[in-house]
Design a protein around this ligand. Structure first.
Ligand code: SF4
Length: 222
């Protein structure tokens, strides 16, 4: 934790987490299957959750193992994704096959559990690497998705002009490590139900007493 930050900022962050926990109680979800978490994250890019769920299910039905995905041709995977109407099917087909081949050859079929190794894989950026760590392995990490990015800045937990990476670092400096995985859960729940991208429902928000953006309708997201 950065000792130079004023205590009040950390206290405010802790209050926010406490309120979120009582509003959205949930256990950390760890799939225990880093490979499926990783492939799912590639599929999810610029897709809604329902599309990601449907496509992931179909993909693992057709290709149940890493070996079956790695031995498919890139073109075959692209056509399969295209038939399921997935956005970015060309890139995703290539990433899914190439990443699987690398994991098989370089890591003996086991997804690496280090951030620095994960982000070297095709199609895996900072957000997906953190998702694999948090939800695949249960290692403390803060994936900054669209909800975390928007809500953290609205709440003043990070500067308005911060990049996703800066938001991540800022949250890590303010929030205890044992709450990192929960932060993503909580902000996804809060972002879908109350702090929506357009017209946030500030009047019913349990965080309104702590939020500098309360009542500001034009709080554009990413
Ligand atoms: S008060 Fe409004 S802008 Fe602030 S966290 Fe709540 S819903 Fe979001």
């Amino acid at each position: 934790m950065n000792k130079n930050l004023p205590l009040s900022e950390r206290e405010r962050a802790l209050k926010i987490i406490k309120i979120l926990k009582s509003t959205y109680p949930r256990k950390n979800h760890v799939s225990g299957d880093p490979y499926k978490t990783l492939i799912r994250c590639i599929i999810s890019q610029r897709n809604r959750d329902e599309v990601t769920d449907r496509v992931s299910e179909e993909l693992f039905k057709r290709y149940p193992t890493i070996e079956s995905i790695a031995s498919a041709s890139v073109e075959e995977m692209q056509n399969f994704l295209k038939s399921l109407k997935v956005g970015l099917w060309r890139s995703k087909g290539k990433w899914i096959v190439e990443t699987s081949r690398i994991i098989l050859k370089k890591y003996n079929g086991r997804v690496p559990d280090k951030f620095e190794e994960l982000i070297k894989l095709p199609g895996i950026g900072r957000k997906c690497a953190n998702i694999v760590l948090a939800y695949g392995f249960g290692i403390p990490a803060i994936p900054v998705d669209t909800h975390v990015y928007r809500i953290s800045r609205r709440l003043g937990l990070a500067p308005w002009d911060a990049s996703p990476e800066e938001v991540e670092e800022r949250l890590k400096s303010l929030i205890p490590r044992e709450e990192w995985i929960y932060v993503n859960h909580a902000m996804v729940d809060h972002g879908k139900s109350v702090c929506k991208p357009i017209k946030p429902r500030c009047w019913e928000c349990p965080l309104r007493g702590l939020c500098p953006k309360i009542g500001v309708q034009d709080t554009s997201s990413q």
